[in-house]
Design a protein around this ligand. Structure first.
Ligand SMILES: O=C(O)CCC(=O)C(=O)O
Length: 262
């Protein structure tokens, strides 16, 4: 899939694009089955939350090997409808995946992700330039009630703002400070709720401010994420690098695959 010039401009202006029905019901079903399998594993890169230990986030599904590797996620990552727009928005054909994950916000128990920029953390991984973008694929209908994502349009244009380390959730992350958020929200258009049926996708810039709330509904909200970086922007060496499942060291340029998720 090739983005139009208008879509590329829209990405540069707003920091995101939404793609209704990018994946079919059958493809989503396959990705869901695989997510369910991986969620049952006892692996270092499967994180859980709540008193019942429901899965929160799990990594490395796109990998070639390892317990969480899934051919369906690998195919999705290399599918032209995902890879090509990522290449276009990063302005290069040589891209790789910094990490791939499924965030499984379980009914009632699945908790919030505070406002943050992904590049808040990725810069600390040793990555210099915000030449990074993420594809989100909805594996369930995402609603405001079940904790859909919110994007703050245009917020990526102000660049990375120093984050603070938020360890209040089951998966700690570098989040945006309240004063940063209040200033950005007062200056920019209203946040956009990223809602849609399963198979809806979104591509967003690594400096775009985004967040999601607690799942207050009786149904799960699962999202798959493929985070792309330009190969030329691979991380420099840092002290105590994060594990490979979040900070990939496979910097080989990806090669487009078939457009089928089997
Ligand atoms: O899945 C979500 O609700 C938010 C995920 C997110 O923002 C992240 O993993 O960086």
């Amino acid at each position: 899939m090739e983005l139009t010039e208008r879509q590329v401009e829209q990405f540069q202006r707003d920091g995101f694009l939404i793609f209704p029905a990018l994946f079919s019901a059958e493809e989503v079903e396959r990705l869901r089955e695989e997510a369910e399998r991986v969620a049952g594993l006892d692996a270092e890169c499967v994180f859980r939350e709540g008193s019942s230990g429901v899965p929160k986030t799990m990594f490395r599904l796109h990998a070639e090997d390892g317990p969480t590797a899934s051919p369906a996620y690998r195919a999705a990552a290399h599918a032209p409808r995902i890879l090509r727009p990522a290449q276009q928005t990063l302005g290069t054909d040589e891209v790789y995946i910094h990490h791939c994950k499924v965030n499984m916000k379980a009914a009632i128990e699945g908790s919030a992700w505070p406002w943050h920029q992904d590049f808040g953390t990725w810069h600390l991984d040793g990555i210099e330039e915000p030449s990074m973008a993420t594809f989100l694929v909805m594996l369930d209908e995402a609603t405001e009630m079940n904790g859909c994502l919110y994007f703050l349009p245009g917020s990526h244009r102000d660049g990375r703002v120093d984050p603070y380390f938020d360890s209040s959730t089951a998966y700690s992350l570098w989040a945006s400070k309240p004063e940063t958020m209040k200033a950005a929200m007062n200056a920019l258009p209203e946040p956009v709720a990223v809602k849609g049926p399963p198979g809806t996708a979104a591509l967003f810039h690594c400096n775009l401010l985004h967040a999601s709330g607690h799942n207050l509904s009786a149904t799960d909200r699962w999202h798959a994420y493929f985070c792309f970086n330009a190969c030329a922007n691979r991380p420099r060496d840092v002290e105590n690098p994060r594990p490979d499942y979040v900070r990939s060291t496979d910097w080989r340029p990806m090669v487009e695959g078939a457009d089928a998720i089997a």
